[in-house]
Design a protein around this ligand. Structure first.
Ligand SMILES: [Zn+2]
Length: 1053
């Protein structure tokens, strides 16, 4: 090893130049990480494949400015030098550096890091007076030469640099290394990679333009990092995430604090940031530091409804003044890829003929217009384009960006769907060949079969258990199956065995494999209105893992030994099993069997097992009712999501929007899955108290219930929100016998007040926060859908490890530390949020397509109910389509809606008065009043937008209920169970029975039930409660969509 000195010229964070001398050790052996190594380097970990035509070494400038191109998966055999990495770290900051590091770590990407500055023969000290960039380029060249020699010329080595002088100089040296510019490199080696060529052009253009910025300052300078840090410490500034109000993107933004960092104790609300100057170049999502303005300058948030964009500011009414501030610095940019639309031709011209810069409008209304340098403005009109932001200087009114890829013509279905994906940061590439090579072989001719060696390690249920599945019609990825049977009576009496058997995905997807990494990155299967993107390759999700009927499959099972009467758990068994599902049912079919109707079963399935199946379904229904009833004692709360699905024909035209049809069997299956998830959560938390993946649902913030409470009060109901049980009970009481919609709407509002359920690592959260408010369970996780959710894959691994420990294996190393698991939980939470949002937006897209095709003149009117009052209008709910929207009673011209004698509505000059439970308009011809929960008639039309998503527009037609002819046969196909009694009666009865049983049991034990700790401290009821919350509703919705998209698949293929 040789010791030298290395002189570094660094810039301090205050901007001063510092000269630092460091001892520098050089070694002869520095791993090359090439599989072609001729010198026995210690190449551990990721190694460059030999299976490429050449190796490519980008210099510091290319790595810094064109990393996006180097990220293309097609470009393989990449050697990043230490010199280039350090250049990125120093000139581009932590974010870009981390991006490079994760690229280097990603096993799916064929690139390595070569520590050239530690290598004795490739290190070159900087010469006196040598400019830094020249020296860096020389270092990289030296490294490339070393690489070429080290591999004995077995593989051509190409160095790329944007320094034309270096290209000429080094090319003439003939040391065996090719030196090319990035463009030449792409032309020579990747002529077909059109996307990379376009991206190159766009980045190069943006780089050229960056030099020509104006000098006049438009914004205040951001404060340096150390000033911000000190200010945050002292409480002068506060840090938080900037949230732009979508409806008032120009003016209104809020800074939301991440609790811990908020030193200013006076602040318990968001801080309003009003106007562009105060926002000071912060973009929606950025982490910023804000300074409060003097109280005299505080403002209120706007409460009026907003229509479209061009709203005049003057007459907005405002709420109470709230803390208002200005952005003084940006702690972290959270820029992503944005979809934009280029301006129409007239506008590009008015921006100056000589200028190549145009202002593109992002699809996301919260993002400011982006200035892009391009020659393609003309050809790309009416197209949607992906852009990335580069910079936003204080001298510029708009941020600068460059285009990355053209998505297609605006308004076309594919473009719009891709836009939704990009806008939600969902990037899905087809599964790579290397990933597919990891998959088990299975084809129609030679289907996959079980391995006898594996079979002996599992509990074989094939001959002992009648296993069946119930899913939406046409479901291919069967995650879960059920079984139920009688056991020989125990000392306490008759016993039952309930079994939940889940696809054994982790048998096939081993941790750290390419398939595992891809699944982890996706985190979930994505369901859009007309398609889905699977988390796992089809051979697993639709075949080998899927618990299809009539074939042997591996499963992970939970089996409960239950008292047949009280359903008390005697024993629980967890483990790997081998099953063969006898029946693959769909919901309607299972319900029909339960109702004793003739089921449409294929003849081969009408064998002797059928009577067993029906018996099992009946028992299962009883068990589920009982489980639900047990939870009901805590207060049965049924919430309601607005759910409608689009029915499509072969050409993806929407033929109808259909509200989801609830069947009791949905609830039965859901209840069994909740039970399994709950018991697995208990198991893994017990075994890994610091690093188990659970799912909790925080109690809602009380202030979110204001609207629900106000609206209910208008009708004389009181909603008690102090606990989930109180909420459930008071919602049950709030029934208007005249109008069933009232209760439904109150439940919709209660659902909206709920926070989201989230994954977390047990070590990262105090035990008292494990609680699942929605399901009223003290422990909960996701175990039952490993084909579609990565959380379940992690939970399967944790359960396997827990079982191994119990079977006497050495204390299993839990696969991930608490910190890693918590990071994973956050990643999955983010992806889930994105998936749900994308699904919602894609449904809205299809709703717009549906209404667009209707003739606006003859479009049927529909019934709507007013559920909230605003200063210039009301919010309504349309039950027929499950739509919610704003109805304006005052327009921009100051006219208000007046109701004429026959109930029809006209616009006239007048004024508008709002009160808690109604809004009235007064014109020269009289006063019209609109009350909460009043039915009105509206017409739905589509408001098209060039740059953003189309939206639905509601127009008031009459202040009377719309009496549409009853839609043909909307009655559920399943008759209410047991004759004429409705479900509620039935549930009440079972609840009563369960309560009596519990009372008896408690009397036996001689203890009196007291308020639990949770009830006292968190005002939550601890007793389990029957409650199909959004959580479940959403899950059901996903199931429905699965069926519907797979159905479509069959049609088109
Ligand atoms: Zn080597």
């Amino acid at each position: 090893m040789i010791k030298t000195e290395k002189v570094l010229h660094l810039k301090s964070s205050r901007g001063r130049k510092v000269r630092v001398v460091r001892e520098h050790y050089l070694r002869e052996l520095v791993p090359c990480y090439s599989s072609l190594c001729q010198a026995e380097c210690a190449n551990e970990g990721k190694v460059l494949s030999a299976d490429v035509t050449h190796y490519v070494v980008p210099d510091a400038g290319v790595t810094r400015d064109f990393m996006e191109i180097l990220e293309f998966r097609e470009i393989q055999g990449l050697v990043f030098t230490q010199t280039a990495c350090q250049a990125v770290q120093h000139s581009r900051g932590r974010r870009q550096y981390n991006r490079l590091r994760s690229l280097l770590k990603d096993p799916r990407h064929d690139c390595v890091l070569f520590a050239n500055e530690f290598q004795e023969y490739s290190y070159c000290p900087r010469e006196k007076g040598e400019p830094q960039d020249k020296w860096q380029t020389r270092c990289v060249y030296q490294a490339a030469v070393w690489y070429h020699d080290h591999l004995a010329g077995l593989k051509p080595v190409v160095m790329i640099t944007e320094d034309q002088g270096a290209v000429a100089e080094y090319s003439s040296l003939n040391c065996g290394v090719y030196v090319l510019s990035t463009l030449e490199y792409l032309r020579t080696f990747w002529p077909e990679l059109q996307a990379a060529h376009e991206l190159y052009g766009s980045i190069a253009q943006a780089l050229r333009e960056r030099g020509n910025e104006g000098t006049e300052r438009e914004f205040a300078e951001h404060l340096p990092a150390e000033v911000l840090e000190a200010g945050i410490k002292s409480g002068r500034y506060t840090q938080g995430t900037l949230n732009v109000n979508k409806h008032r993107a120009q003016h209104e933004a809020f800074v939301r604090f991440d609790g811990s960092s908020n030193k200013n104790s006076e602040l318990d609300s968001d801080v309003l940031v009003w106007g562009g100057k105060n926002r000071n170049r912060a973009v929606h999502g950025d982490m910023v530091a804000v300074e409060l303005l003097p109280k005299g300058e505080w403002r209120g948030r706007t409460t009026a409804l907003t229509e479209g964009q061009g709203e005049e500011k003057g007459e907005e009414s405002q709420g109470q003044p709230m803390p208002t501030g200005r952005v003084v610095g940006i702690l972290q940019r959270n820029w992503r890829d944005y979809v934009v639309t280029f301006p129409p031709r007239e506008e590009t011209q008015s921006q100056g003929r000589n200028s190549l810069r145009i202002l593109a409008t992002p699809w996301d209304q919260r993002i400011p217009k982006i200035r892009i340098s391009t020659h393609q403005a003309d050809t790309l009109q009416d197209h949607r384009v992906i852009v990335r932001l580069d910079s936003w200087d204080s001298t510029s009114l708009y941020p600068n960006g460059h285009s990355v890829r053209v998505l297609g013509r605006a308004g076309e279905l594919e473009t719009e769907v891709q836009t939704i994906l990009i806008e939600n940061c969902i990037h899905i590439a087809p599964f790579s060949e290397a990933q597919l090579r990891e998959m088990p072989a299975s084809s129609p001719e030679r289907p996959w079969t079980v391995d006898p060696a594996e079979v002996v390690t599992r509990r074989d249920l094939r001959d002992t258990h009648l296993v069946f599945s119930i899913d939406p019609r046409g479901c291919e990825d069967v995650d879960d199956t059920l079984s139920v049977r009688s056991l020989p009576p125990g000392p306490q009496g008759p016993r039952l065995e309930l079994g939940v058997h889940i696809a054994d995905v982790t048998h096939f997807v081993k941790e750290g494999t390419l398939t595992d990494l891809e699944a982890r990155a996706r985190a979930t299967t994505y369901y859009l209105a007309d398609r889905r993107y699977d988390m796992l390759p089809a051979v697993l999700s639709a075949d080998v893992c899927s618990l299809l009927g009539g074939v042997d499959r591996y499963a992970m099972s939970v089996m409960w030994d239950l008292d047949a009467q009280t359903l008390q758990v005697n024993r629980v068994w967890y483990g790997r099993t081998l099953i063969r599902s006898s029946y693959q049912l769909y919901y309607e079919q299972a319900q029909a069997l339960l109702n004793g109707e003739e089921a449409e079963l294929p003849p081969e399935e009408r064998d002797h097992k059928l009577s067993h199946l029906i018996e099992a379904l009946e028992t299962l229904t009883q068990v589920a009712r009982h489980l639900r009833a047990q939870r009901d004692q805590g207060g049965a709360l049924e919430l309601e999501g607005v759910e409608v699905r689009a029915q499509l024909d072969e050409d993806k035209n929407i033929t109808a929007l259909v509200p989801r049809q609830p069947l009791e069997v949905h609830e039965t299956v859901a209840e069994c899955m909740i039970y399994a998830n709950h018991w697995v959560a208990r198991k893994i938390q017990e075994r890994f108290p610091q690093q188990a993946l659970l799912r909790h649902h925080p109690p809602p913030r009380q202030e979110f219930f204001t609207q629900l409470q106000d609206s209910a009060r208008a009708l004389g109901f009181t909603i008690d929100t102090r606990s989930n049980k109180a909420l459930a009970d008071s919602l049950d009481q709030a029934v208007d016998p005249q109008d069933p919609l009232v209760n439904r709407l109150l439940r919709v509002m209660a659902t909206q007040a709920m926070s989201n359920a989230l994954y977390f690592s047990t070590g990262a959260c105090p035990v008292d926060q494990y609680y699942h408010y929605g399901l009223a369970l003290d422990r909960y996780t996701h175990f039952t859908s490993p084909i579609r959710r990565y959380a379940d894959v992690i939970v399967h691994r944790l359960l396997t490890a827990a079982i191994a420990v119990e079977e006497g294996a050495r204390p299993a190393k839990a696969s991930a530390s608490n910190k890693e698991l918590e990071e994973m939980a956050q990643h999955i939470n983010n992806k889930n949020r994105a998936a749900q949002h994308a699904q919602k937006v894609s449904m809205e897209l299809f709703q717009c397509l549906y209404f667009r095709d209707k003739d606006p003149e003859t479009a049927e009117c529909c019934d709507a109910v007013i559920y909230a009052i605003r200063t210039n209008g009301v919010l309504v709910f349309i039950p027929q389509y499950g739509l919610k929207g704003a109805l304006y009673l005052r327009n921009r011209e100051g006219q208000v809606v007046r109701v004429s004698q026959d109930g029809r509505c006209v616009w006239e000059a007048g004024s508008l008065q709002r009160s808690l439970d109604h809004v009235s308009t007064t014109t020269a011809s009289g006063t019209s009043t609109f009350r909460l929960f009043q039915h009105v008639t509206v017409r739905v039309s589509v408001q098209t937008s060039r740059c953003h998503a189309d939206t639905l527009h509601l127009e008031l037609v009459s202040n009377r209920a719309h009496r549409a002819p009853e839609p043909p046969d909307r009655t559920p196909r399943a008759a209410p169970p047991q004759g004429t009694r409705g479900r509620s009666q039935l549930v009440q009865e079972v609840v009563r029975q369960a309560e009596e049983a519990l009372l008896q049991a408690e009397e036996k034990k001689g203890r009196v039930s007291e308020l639990s700790k949770e009830e006292r401290e968190f005002r939550q009821s601890k007793t389990p409660n029957l409650y199909s919350l959004l959580e479940e509703v959403r899950e059901q919705a996903l199931l429905d969509l699965t069926a519907f998209s797979t159905g479509l698949h069959t049609l088109s293929s």
